[in-house]
Design a protein around this ligand. Structure first.
Ligand SMILES: C=C1C[C@]23C[C@H]1CC[C@H]2[C@@]12CCC[C@@](C)(C(=O)O1)[C@H]2[C@@H]3C(=O)O
Ligand SMILES: O=C(O)CCC(=O)C(=O)O
Ligand SMILES: [Fe+2]
Length: 347
């Protein structure tokens, strides 16, 4: 299980110089490589921000949780959850270890650089090659155990990091599964259907953990933290430290900030959920904008079926809009075509 998701990425080869993030500590101004022009409009909030509609915050223990989750998935493709059962101490530990990693000097972090055909380790975001300019961001990707890269960073003290990441992934996997079952129920999947789907893909899962760092930025209006994208897997569970930056795009409204709420986790739907739900639910288009005062850290858990599993619109939903794909095949399409991927498998 550990390596299987990373195997879906071995076909793309990215030269090492395109994987190395900027040494943010060493710069006082935006380098040309990081200036996005024209500066993206409407990125910092307009005065009408209080009037903007926002995705709901859902108490996972609420009696009408299925309806609440279903509505949020149809309307937004995103919501925040409270009462999720993940101990806050564990979330704090993960954040502290992410901070400790990114605060290492650049030459130490490069010891754990992602390899050209690899998926895990330190580096720029996977989607970077699709954009001319670089992002104000550095990431660290874990699939299964983090031990190999952690040893490169801390040859003598890697165990605590690995234990915390393992525990967090276990917790994330179980709440992601719970949320998936609620979402399926909201789609009208009953227990019998569930057995059919689950035998093929849903009880077995695959996950990845992504630590993200967005240092404070000398000229945030001309920089991009993480370029707009949808996530690929079924769903993502995101912890954000107390620093703003995440925004989602809504047709007819524009970019809407998703403020961090202490103790809450952000859930967003990815492309595979869009396919499975036959576009009843939406993969949410989102981005991160930097700021000039504080350092944003986030931890994302990406949850999906094993890479050999076939994903197709649920049989009970009328007129399928997508052809069936294996997870591996879809990741391959996305690695080549990014945003066009969903339309490429449309029927
Ligand atoms: C399991 C995943 C999900 C990945 C790829 C792989 C590990 C890292 C994830 C991210 C994290 C940052 C945004 C994104 C778009 C990226 O560039 O890397 C994500 C991507 C995806 O959702 O496709
Ligand atoms: O850091 C964030 O707020 C968003 C991260 C994200 O979109 C991702 O890791 O896919
Ligand atoms: Fe994302």
């Amino acid at each position: 299980m550990e390596t299987s998701l990373s195997q879906a990425y071995t076909d793309t080869h990215i030269p090492p110089h395109q994987i190395i993030p900027l040494d943010f500590e060493s710069v006082r101004e935006l380098p040309e490589s990081h200036i996005w022009t024209p500066a993206v409009e409407d990125r910092h909030h307009n005065e009408r921000e209080e009037l903007l509609p926002v995705p709901p915050v859902i108490d996972l223990g609420a009696p009408d949780v299925t309806e609440l989750v279903g509505n949020a998935c149809r309307r937004w493709g995103m919501f925040q959850v409270t009462n999720h059962g993940v101990p806050l101490g564990l979330v704090d530990d993960v954040e502290a270890h992410a901070r400790r990693l990114f605060e290492l000097p650049a030459d130490r972090k490069l010891k754990a650089l992602r390899s050209p055909s690899g998926a895990t380790g330190y580096g720029v975001a996977r989607i970077s090659p699709f954009f001319d300019k670089l992002m104000w961001h550095e990431g660290f990707t874990i699939m299964g155990s983090a031990v190999d890269h952690a040893k490169q960073l801390w040859p003598h003290r890697y165990e605590e990091f690995c234990d915390v990441m393992d525990n967090y992934q276990k917790k994330m996997k179980s709440i992601a599964y719970k949320i998936l079952l609620i979402a399926l129920k909201a789609l009208g999947v009953d227990e019998e259907d569930e057995e059919k789907i689950s035998s093929s893909m849903l009880y077995e899962s695959n996950g990845a953990l992504q630590l993200n760092s967005y240092p404070s930025c000398p000229n945030p209006r001309q920089a991009v933290g993480l370029a707009p994208h949808t996530d690929t897997q079924l769903l993502t569970i995101l912890h954000q430290n107390n620093t703003n930056g995440l925004q989602i795009f809504q047709q007819g409204i524009g970019w809407i900030p998703i403020p961090p709420i202490p103790g809450a986790l952000v859930v967003n739907l990815g492309d595979l959920m869009h396919i499975l739900s036959n576009a009843c639910f939406h993969a949410v288009y989102h981005r991160v904008v930097p700021n000039d005062t504080s350092h944003r850290f986030t931890v994302g858990y990406f949850y999906g079926p094993p890479i050999e599993a076939v994903v197709a619109p649920l049989a009970k939903l009328p007129s399928p809009r997508f052809r069936a794909v294996t997870v591996k095949e879809y990741i391959g399409i996305k690695n080549k075509h990014l945003e066009k991927s969903l339309s490429l498998i449309g029927i």
